[in-house]
Write a protein that binds this ligand. Structure first.
Ligand SMILES: [Zn+2]
Length: 460
């Protein structure tokens, strides 16, 4: 809730009055849609005086700079407006079933530092988040001096976005309802947003990967499990509880012998996910239908989807067919999504998607054969462009969108007063409607300042 009485300084007062206009102007600059005052006026429909006033505020807050001359069609050369991404940093975390990625990015979500290592999510929140914190601390020590504005984190399970808590995540024992947001917010003194890992990847590709410009796109992740993230009319579509895109449990068969981890039979994931590919490859090996897979099973004791992909690349026909079958099943599901949602782009990512062209070809073939012609006229199906970085880039983008979003912008700007935050901001005049009651601290930005102080002592 924003106070209605004027805060001490006039800058803050004008912010409370015109946060909608400020939001429009900042997003226009931040997302690279406009570079000059005239372009912002045209894009937002705001008047010249209002735009000038909002830009002056954003410059005073250290989030926008104005420099250089832009090519002009006559008259005075327009000065170019830039988002000052270096004004602070974001922490981004992408937790997978078997790996973790942490990154420090600038406020535009461009990676400044990154670390990756193998991890087993089933070890539980204490072990995993302690290691995440160690890796983040290492990155912060390597790249000191920037205030932490916010934190974005993706986990491989369903998340209630409004609270940031995992809800009955099937492959994350011990994580159900775990207060990830509260833990990281207390440690780093910055607001935290948690989302499903497929949503963060969809967001990464939409902001900086192959989906840039596609306002309606689907990201499908084929890893151990299968899930999808939807960008609908330029916005990440989470659904009413945050469960949108859980396509791995759509029924695509009725093999009663295979029970999915969700307890049902016939789920896409149980028939076509990475675990299913490995399991079926072992059956093929034991049945004597592939010498290469039999040798792999003998040597390793088990077969993974990656092993099948390697065998397929070496021409093992049984492996090629296992991946093609997975691709056909995923493609059949996607054909339903295409008819229902009419995206212009499908991005295929996740560990299994890197297995070669056969899988992608089978997906394409199924989608084009089973979707309506109008829905596929402009449809492209491509592999992820960001690969392993899609998650952290997307997590940073989600945090940035929330920080600079309409509902929170007053709080963020108050914390950013006068460029690099100082302890004397007017932030205590604001409270955050989104996180009130959710237990996350975003009081006054002081924890951020405290953190910066420590970093500066360490770094200089
Ligand atoms: Zn299932």
């Amino acid at each position: 809730m924003v106070k209605s009485s004027p805060p001490a300084d006039s800058l803050s007062w004008s912010l409370t009055e015109g946060i909608d206009a400020t939001h429009l102007v900042l997003d226009s600059i931040r997302l690279g849609r406009s570079e000059s005052r005239t372009q912002i006026e045209e894009r937002t429909g705001l008047g010249r005086a209002v735009v000038a006033q909002r830009i002056a505020e954003l410059v005073a807050r250290g989030l926008v700079s104005e420099a250089g001359a832009q090519a002009s069609t006559g008259g005075r050369p327009a000065r170019r407006l830039r988002f000052r991404a270096q004004a602070g940093c974001l922490l981004a975390v992408d937790l997978g079933a078997t790996s973790m990625d942490v990154a420090i990015t600038d406020l535009a979500g461009d990676i400044v530092g990154h670390a990756n290592e193998a991890a087993d999510i089933a070890q539980g929140p204490d072990v995993i988040l302690t290691r995440v914190e160690e890796l983040l601390d290492g990155q912060l020590a390597t790249h000191p001096g920037r205030p932490i504005y916010g934190i974005g984190l993706g986990v491989p399970g369903p998340v209630e976005f409004s609270t940031g808590r995992p809800v009955s995540p099937p492959i994350m024992p011990g994580w159900d309802e775990y207060p990830i947001r509260e833990r990281l917010a207390a440690r780093y003194g910055a607001p935290v947003w948690v989302d499903n890992d497929v949503n963060v990847m969809a967001m990464g590709e939409w902001r900086k990967g192959v989906a840039v410009g596609h306002r309606n796109s689907v990201f499908v992740k084929i890893g151990t499990g299968i899930g999808a993230g939807l960008i609908s009319d330029g916005v990440l579509h989470r659904g009413s509880q945050g469960a949108a895109g859980d396509v791995g449990h759509i029924q695509v068969g009725d093999e009663r012998s295979i029970t999915c981890r969700c307890g049902n039979v016939g789920c896409l994931e149980a028939l076509a996910g990475g675990h299913a590919i490995g399991r079926d490859a072992e059956l093929v090996a034991r049945a004597g239908r592939s010498a290469r897979l039999a040798e792999l099973l003998e040597r390793e004791g088990r077969i993974t989807a990656e092993g099948v992909a390697v065998a397929a690349r070496h021409g093992d026909r049984a492996s090629v067919e296992l991946l093609a079958r997975s691709g056909r099943l995923v493609g059949g599901m996607l054909a339903g999504i295409v008819n229902f949602f009419n995206p212009s782009l499908i991005v295929v990512g996740g560990g299994v998607s890197a297995s070669g062209d056969g899988l992608l070809a089978a997906i394409r073939e199924s989608v084009y054969r089973r979707s309506l012609p109008l829905a596929t006229r402009e449809l492209s199906i491509v592999r992820s462009g960001l690969g392993g970085f899609a998650g952290v880039i997307g997590a940073a983008a989600i945090a940035a969108d929330e920080l600079f979003g309409r509902d929170r912008l007053a709080v963020t700007l108050a914390g950013a007063a006068g460029g690099p935050p100082s302890a004397s901001t007017a932030a205590s005049d604001y409270s955050d409607p989104r996180q009130e009651g959710a237990g996350a601290p975003m009081k006054a930005g002081q924890p951020v300042v405290a953190r910066v102080g420590r970093m500066e002592e360490k770094g200089r």
